[in-house]
Ligand binder design. Structure first.
Ligand SMILES: [Zn+2]
Ligand SMILES: [Zn+2]
Length: 377
């Protein structure tokens, strides 16, 4: 068997190493152009003789199979379809049972609105680009392009998330550079504004960390892929490499190279294996490829929309501890006026509580700009 056909290394966890581009080639060699086409009118083959030949049965059997196994056979009868909110008591379908529980819970609780908003948001995110075709033909995804599904796990940012780590799911094309993925990963660490501004909150700079500290790396299979596109980028994998080499620590020799020189097709990776993305010095995300496949004519075919986010954890928004209405913009520590340490405020409440009408600081405290992860919702 070809070494680039994925087989499990650890059952149900990850495959052995495969070269992603070569795996794509194997598929493209075997499939026919009717399987690969991205034409708008491509769809299930309607010709029974083709199915009969493929399955080795008569055309009559093929026609009967089409009738029984077709999509139309999955639909319920018209009177069953009419009411999605009213679920019959005696239904033995597990899916209906789950739906009923959700509806009942909504009726009981007051957080209806948020639950609905989250559901709508997740649904929209998952389907917003399905079937989308580019306006400019030059932006069309190539036939036979590889599509990788990536899970990007977020570091624990709230105690709340200790048990369950939030993550984001993205679709990336095999021909895309690692830097394109890097630029598409949104993390609240990139949005921070460093510094203490209690003496003059108006001086808090607009510059976020993403603009100031651009260094980052992916770590795949013994190699650090560093972003070196900008003059201010530093090789932040150096420390780890030197540490590993400084004594005989048994890690072998790590290598480092340029992130911008590699596409996913160039890499040898394991599907399902946890790899690393590190930025802002020490903000570390586990990255896993959970699926690898070829592009389909019903996928989003606009190249410019990839890496395409399709799932995202709903981030909890930290509200101002005074008005409990607006999202926090400031966090104070050692604050005589605050009930908590650290304490979070919206801009209006922060200024009203901590400064007199002439803008003079009242009491002792340290104030830092705060960026809420909820901005990604
Ligand atoms: Zn991060
Ligand atoms: Zn407030």
């Amino acid at each position: 068997m070809d070494e680039n056909i994925p087989v499990y290394e650890v059952t149900d966890a990850n495959t052995r190493l495969i070269h992603l581009g070569s795996f794509g080639d194997l598929w493209r060699e075997r499939l026919q152009s009717c399987d690969l086409t991205l034409a708008a009118d491509a769809g299930p083959i309607q010709d029974n003789s083709y199915v009969a030949q493929d399955l080795g049965c008569t055309e009559e059997t093929a026609a009967e199979l089409r009738l029984i196994c077709g999509v139309d056979a999955l639909k319920c009868s018209e009177n069953e379809e009419e009411d999605l909110e009213n679920i019959p008591e005696d239904s033995s379908l597990l899916t209906l049972g789950i739906r009923k529980k959700i509806i009942d819970r909504r009726k009981e609780t007051l957080i209806v609105e948020r639950a609905c908003r989250q559901e709508t948001f997740l649904h929209e995110l998952e389907f917003h680009a399905v079937g989308k075709r580019p306006e400019d033909a030059a932006d069309m995804v190539d036939e036979g392009e590889l599509v990788l599904t990536l899970n990007i796990v977020y570091p624990v940012i709230f105690r709340k998330h200790k048990e369950y780590k939030p993550y984001q799911t993205m679709l990336v094309l095999g021909s895309q550079k690692l830097t394109e993925l890097k630029d598409a990963i949104n993390c609240v660490s990139d949005m921070q504004i460093g510094g203490e501004f209690s003496n003059n909150p108006d001086l808090a700079p607009e510059n976020i960390c993403k603009d100031l500290f651009k260094s980052a790396f992916f770590y795949f299979e013994g190699v650090f892929y560093n972003d070196t596109r900008y003059p201010e980028c530093r090789d932040i994998s150096r420390t780890t490499i030197e540490w590993a080499e400084s004594r005989n620590r048994g890690y072998g020799k790590f290598q480092s190279t340029k992130m911008e020189d590699y596409t996913f097709n160039d890499l040898r990776l394991k599907i399902g294996f946890p790899y690393l993305y590190c930025h802002q010095g020490d903000c570390e995300h586990i990255i896993t490829i959970t699926d690898i496949r070829l592009i389909h004519h019903e996928d989003c075919l606009d190249k410019t929309l990839y890496p395409l986010p399709i799932k995202r954890h709903w981030f909890w928004t930290r509200k101002c501890s005074v008005c409990s209405m607006y999202t926090a913009r400031w966090v104070t520590v050692n604050d005589d006026l605050a009930p908590d340490d650290p304490c979070f405020f919206c801009d209006v409440c922060f200024r009203m509580l901590h400064y007199d009408t002439d803008g003079n600081k009242l009491g002792e405290f340290l104030a830092h700009p705060y960026v809420d992860p909820g901005i990604f919702n």
